[in-house]
Design a protein around this ligand. Structure first.
Ligand code: ZN
Ligand code: ZN
Length: 330
């Protein structure tokens, strides 16, 4: 094949990929927006209560009534819809090109040298198809869990963007800083390459996973009772991941199977409660999360600096306190 043909070939492939990604997004838009719209909202709940003549003084408390909307919005375009769609398009057209290059070099030149034997290569393909899909789902979830764990414990400054959402809607799953996107993609490739599993089943499993990721972020009040809550992640389980609540920091990292959280000790799911607010704890007033996309792109560095200064202040205070305590002893 000539060079020109090769170039045309790869361009066609890219166009195909983009077409599917955009068409897929439109498909998910239809599903999740209509799903949330069809559910009754807070106003409908109030109206039905009034009709029944019941008075509820605890209306301020986030409600636990399942199969309702959590955030009341008019129509499908919620407040941060444009921003979150912007993140998706930015990552699709710019970040993925860069990451695609890195992943190509990694999987064709570097990884085969380091990992000569892929653990499940060939083995899984001999399983019945349903079992292949199940294994595919576990591998796909693990490929998300590992980088997500690192995003919380090492690259948190970039992952703050995902957690900056004050309301959680289906597209919030794609609200990722470009560096965070790289962490997720490269981390995911490292995990799935090491395990080594190819074929239709993993493609289908990845599709189901993408859909499930939209579902757990959707504007739906839905939790699973015991013991199902230990087996599958529910939208409310992931809502706690986004809660601005001291008890929920770095909890519920799994997207589909809570077993990973149970193993890592990051499982947190109170059945009789809903998060009061969403977001994360900013280090100080100067490091409040901005609303605009371009300001959010540089936010991780502002966050890191504020956090550093904060830590310094804390250390100094501790030192002073220690000295005072020392004096008192003497
Ligand atoms: Zn999330
Ligand atoms: Zn997270």
């Amino acid at each position: 094949m000539g060079v020109m043909e090769k170039i045309i070939d790869s361009i066609t492939m890219y166009v195909d990929v983009y077409f599917f990604k955009i068409a897929g997004l439109f498909f998910f838009f239809l599903i999740f927006s209509s799903m949330a719209l069809l559910l009754p909202g807070k106003k409908d709940r109030e109206r039905s209560k009034k009709n029944k003549g019941a008075e509820d003084k605890e209306e301020d408390k986030p409600s636990l009534s399942y199969f309702t909307r959590v955030h009341d919005i008019n129509g499908v375009f919620y407040k941060d819809f444009k921003l979150e769609l912007g993140y998706y398009l930015f990552n699709l057209f710019l970040t993925s090109l860069l990451v695609g290059g890195i992943v190509y070099v990694l999987t064709s030149y570097i990884l085969p040298e380091i990992i000569p034997h892929q653990y499940f290569a060939g083995t899984v393909q001999n399983f019945p198809f349903w079992l292949q899909i199940f294994c595919g789902l576990i591998i796909a979830d693990l490929s998300l869990f590992v980088p997500h764990w690192f995003a919380h414990h090492v690259f948190w400054r970039f992952h703050t963007i995902h957690h900056s959402a004050k309301e959680i809607h289906w597209l919030t799953g794609l609200r990722l800083h470009p560096v965070d996107t790289m962490v997720f993609t490269i981390g995911g490739v490292l995990v799935s390459y090491t395990i080594g599993f190819e074929g239709e089943a993993i493609v289908l499993a990845t599709f189901v996973m993408t859909m499930y990721n939209f579902f757990v972020h959707a504007n739906i009040n839905l939790g699973y009772p015991k013991p199902l809550c230990y087996i599958l992640v529910s939208p409310n389980y992931h809502r706690w991941h986004h809660a601005r609540d001291k008890r929920a920091i770095d909890k519920n990292i799994a997207t589909m199977f809570p077993v990973f959280d149970l193993i890592m000790g990051s499982y947190f799911y109170p059945h009789d409660e809903m998060p009061k607010e969403y977001g994360f704890f900013e280090p100080d007033k100067k490091a409040k999360i901005p609303e605009k996309f371009e300001q959010q792109l540089i936010y991780p560095w502002i966050y890191a600096r504020a956090r550093k200064e904060n830590d310094k202040k804390k250390k100094l205070k501790k030192k002073e306190k220690g000295q005072e305590d020392g004096k008192n002893v003497r």
